[in-house]
Design a protein around this ligand. Structure first.
Ligand SMILES: [Zn+2]
Length: 249
């Protein structure tokens, strides 16, 4: 009888030891997997996709005269929204006035950030391509603040970033933006998508110049950026394959 009890006790003890070992082993496997996942995230390279939504009085006139149907690509916007691609869209105030419903719709997507790209796309410094030039601090501040008011009223969010049209600006211009609470975004990788019908060339420009934390400068499509939509799908697919993750600014 006593012998039997000893055997039963030994069996129970063995089972308990096995259970303890099993639990400890499972915990180790889980923590190894977690630390592997952490390493994976910290190893990811980050890229910031940005799209400028330009509008000048000349462009608006063409829209009013129905010489142009739209100055953005619906397909491009749908792609960013439906695929949940984190991206920052720099919007001119005049563009937002022409397309208020579009801006309200985009603002609903948490993966897309709306930023300020001046009111009617003037050059802040001369020369600046063929853009009209503004010279006074008052005009420059008004270009930024007017768009802050328009975008904030439409989206309920105060934009944090500002990009000068044509990237034409000097240090004094940057200080003006800072004064009204805006961070200037200019250092970036230009995709060369303006008036460019060659999507392969845009893809090549991005992929050959990209590095960790690159800000890719593109446009929101339309006749002034006719191949951006075709290029973006390939850019996103290839950057993902290279281990990049996308973030808003
Ligand atoms: Zn622009």
């Amino acid at each position: 009888m006593i012998r039997n009890r000893k055997i039963i006790f030994a069996v129970i003890l063995a089972i308990l030891i096995c259970i303890v070992f099993y639990i400890l082993h499972t915990k180790k496997v889980e923590s190894d997997a977690e630390s592997k996942a952490e390493i994976q995230v910290s190893k990811s390279k980050v890229v910031y996709l940005t799209f400028d939504a330009d509008m000048t009085p000349f462009m608006k006139k063409k829209l009013d005269e129905k010489k142009v149907s739209d100055y953005y690509s619906k397909d491009l916007v749908n792609y960013l929204e439906s695929e949940k691609i984190p991206s920052t869209i720099f919007v001119t105030g005049m563009f937002a006035e022409v397309y208020p419903d579009l801006i309200r719709e985009i603002a609903k997507y948490p993966d897309i950030e709306i930023a300020n790209h001046s009111y009617d796309h003037p050059g802040f410094e001369s020369p600046c391509y063929k853009l009209k030039i503004i010279n006074t601090d008052e005009d420059k501040i008004e270009e930024m603040q007017k768009t802050q008011r328009i975008l904030t009223a439409l989206t309920g969010v105060v934009p944090k970033y500002f990009r000068h049209p044509g990237l034409c600006h000097n240090q004094q211009d940057d200080l003006l933006a800072q004064k009204i609470g805006l961070t200037v975004s200019d250092a970036g990788l230009t995709s060369g998508d303006s008036f460019n019908k060659n999507s392969k060339g845009i893809v090549k420009a991005v992929l050959s110049g990209v590095h960790d934390k690159s800000v890719i400068i593109m446009h929101l499509g339309g006749p002034n950026a006719p191949a951006t939509y075709v290029a973006i799908e390939e850019i996103v697919t290839k950057l993902k394959k290279e281990g990049y993750v996308f973030r808003v600014l």
